[in-house]
Design a protein around this ligand. Structure first.
Ligand SMILES: Cc1ncc(COP(=O)(O)OP(=O)(O)O)c(N)n1
Ligand SMILES: Cc1nc(C(=O)O)sc1CCOP(=O)(O)O
Ligand SMILES: [Mg+2]
Length: 209
């Protein structure tokens, strides 16, 4: 499954390490996907980081997704873009990027169904648990909604928000195709070790699904 462990970068939570450093260490530890996420960088700086991560992920055989910015995703040759409910509509992105992976944040079954109809390749339940890593993410939506999305949708369902080594096994056993994390990887002193630790738990949990 290409989305098992999906690592999202964040310059404010990375203990001073650059997007590219984080990406290189995470793919070395077995991350399947790297998402470049930076809410304050200029387009120029974001593109420079994207070019570096494109090279790193290609060498490692990992996917590369850009958060929010379809233009940066296309210009850097990324595999995909991740869009939230307030971002560019999926339908509009799909029109100009027929072959790109498009991921969408969803907070209900209705949003999930609409994302799929509009052309999403995966959805992420946002957030599964409340998290200090994104102040406007709101309350955790819980396992019942995760299970309902997994039952209902025809695309892989990921979960994001508050996921770490102590709860990831439960998330996979609830049916998620994978998990997206920031702090459980990028805020750890040893990013590769944290990534490989999470990945082992995910692979073990998948054996019982
Ligand atoms: C994998 C994944 N899931 C959810 C999000 C959140 O997207 P969004 O709601 O658009 O919020 P921002 O990340 O843009 O602040 C995500 N980025 N990645
Ligand atoms: C980027 C992001 N989006 C979320 C959402 O719910 O939409 S929660 C989140 C941050 C996830 O960070 P952590 O793994 O440290 O909890
Ligand atoms: Mg967004």
């Amino acid at each position: 499954m290409p989305y098992s462990l999906y690592v999202v970068t964040d310059p404010d939570l990375s203990l001073g390490r650059s997007h590219a450093e984080v990406a290189a260490l995470a793919v070395a530890g077995g991350a399947d996907v790297i998402q470049l996420r930076d809410k304050s960088a200029s387009g120029r700086d974001l593109f420079a980081a994207a070019e570096l991560i494109r090279t790193i992920t290609t060498s490692a055989g990992a996917l590369f997704i850009v958060n929010d910015r379809l233009d940066i995703a296309l210009a850097s040759g990324a595999d995909g873009v991740h869009l939230g409910q307030d971002d560019l509509p999926v339908r509009a992105a799909r029109k100009v990027a027929p072959d790109l992976i498009i991921g969408v944040s969803v907070g209900s079954v209705e949003e999930g169904r609409r994302a799929v109809v509009d052309g999403a390749d995966y959805v992420a339940l946002s957030p599964l648990f409340s998290t200090p890593s994104k102040i406007d993410a709101g309350a955790g939506r819980g396992f019942d909604l995760l299970a309902a999305l997994c039952d209902d949708l025809t695309v892989p369902v990921l979960a994001i928000g508050g996921i770490n080594a102590s709860n990831v096994s439960q998330v996979i056993r609830a049916g998620a195709a994978g998990v997206a994390v920031i702090s459980a990887v990028v805020s750890q002193p040893d990013i590769s070790k944290a990534t490989s630790g999470l990945k082992s738990i995910i692979l073990e949990a998948k054996k019982s699904v």
